[in-house]
Design a protein around this ligand. Structure first.
Ligand code: RB5
Length: 145
């Protein structure tokens, strides 16, 4: 599975940990920045990762800022993106089962590495349940027109 990662300074340390964890599991993780804890603006990195995910079928984005909220707001402005704020096993699983999210947003200042691994791990194991959820995602897609 191919991953695109992005963060601002607030999400940088958690991004680094999750990147190593994914690579350790044999996944390809392309890091689109930022590359230090120097202050920067999260929409710049949300844009890079969201556009990369929107272009590549099956790719997953992981975005990290202080809370994950700013990244989520920004990424969802890009057509074709379903970005979800996740912080636990349940939110990770539901982001796939009900929302078929293609980007997960995590808070580097609000979510521990242990919880982040649970959220991402549960997302990767889960399957989109289609049915009524597909109907709802189609309605969301109509909002993009
Ligand atoms: C940066 O201080 C902080 O606002 C940002 O990382 C994020 O939490 C925004 O939602």
């Amino acid at each position: 599975m191919e991953f695109f990662l992005g963060s601002d300074h607030g999400g940088f340390p958690l991004k680094e940990k999750i990147k190593k964890w994914l690579e350790g599991k044999g996944h390809k993780a392309k890091d689109l920045g930022c590359f230090s804890e120097e202050r920067c603006d999260y929409p710049d990195y949300a844009e890079k990762a969201a556009k990369a995910v929107a272009k590549k079928k099956g790719a997953i984005g992981l975005l990290f800022c202080g809370t994950g909220i700013g990244m989520c707001i920004a990424a969802n402005k890009v057509k074709g993106i379903r970005a979800a704020l996740v912080y636990s096993e349940v939110t990770g699983r539901m982001a796939k089962e009900h929302n078929n999210a293609n980007i997960l947003c995590l808070g580097g200042r609000t979510t521990s590495f242990a919880e982040a691994k649970k959220a991402v791990g549960a997302f990767l194991k889960a399957e989109f349940q289609k049915g009524r959820h597909l109907r709802r995602l189609r309605k969301i897609a109509l909002l993009e027109r």
